[in-house]
Design a protein around this ligand. Structure first.
Ligand code: ADP
Length: 189
């Protein structure tokens, strides 16, 4: 199963990915998590991207394309993967298409988790409280920025994958287990 989870910050991509990795025995590839661990570990990648991530902007396509391409070559991706947070721009989606052709892989589905903006702000503020400042980008101002970036740069992917016939939309406002059930139904068809 090769899946993309698409949706704005706070929609529940990470939560659903964690459940789906158990259900399907495939890894989650979260570019956000990879970048955050590089920042914490202060690797050269981390130092390069820290400021950009902290202010809610997108890291360059070249950087994230490279991360994903390398990660897809790992053994644990042989039986599938869940991409979470990538692609985030049309250019990244085009790069992914080329990578997958090169690697002889094909996507099964792109699941869009839909959510309304007010609920997203509420959830992310709640997450910031629970994590107690672990994520520098989880505050209201940076969140609004991330939502704008999503609308401008990432939302166009809905049309991109609709054209491919890969897009399945689920309602991200439902309780977690109902969202999981909807995703499982959507990707079974
Ligand atoms: P969210 O919880 O907002 O969905 P992520 O954890 O996916 O956020 O990503 C956090 C940050 O990491 C983004 O705001 C961005 O700076 C950077 N990032 C993650 N994935 C990408 C990507 N595919 N392209 C560019 N930047 C990315």
């Amino acid at each position: 199963m090769r899946l993309i989870l698409l949706g704005p910050p706070g929609a529940g991509k990470g939560t659903q990915a964690k459940i789906l990795i158990e259900a399907y025995g495939i890894p989650q590839l979260s570019t956000g998590e990879i970048l955050r661990s590089a920042i914490v570990a202060k690797t050269s990648l981390g130092l390069e991207v820290k400021e950009i991530v902290d202010r809610g902007d997108l890291v360059s396509d070249a950087v994230v394309n490279g991360i994903v391409s390398e990660r897809l070559d790992a053994d644990d991706c042989k039986s599938g993967f869940i991409l979470d947070g990538f692609p985030r721009t049309i250019a990244q989606a085009e790069a992914l298409d080329m990578m997958l052709v090169d690697k002889g892989m094909k996507l099964d589905a792109v699941v869009e988790i839909k959510a309304d903006a007010d609920e997203l702000v509420r959830r992310v503020i709640q997450r910031a409280r629970e994590l107690g400042g672990v994520r520098a980008d989880d505050n209201e101002e940076v969140l609004r920025k991330r939502l704008d970036v999503y609308k401008d740069q990432t939302a166009p992917l809905v049309a991109y994958y609709t054209e491919d016939g890969l897009l399945k939309a689920v309602d991200g406002m439902a309780p977690v287990d109902e969202v999981t059930a909807a995703i499982r139904v959507a990707i079974a068809h």
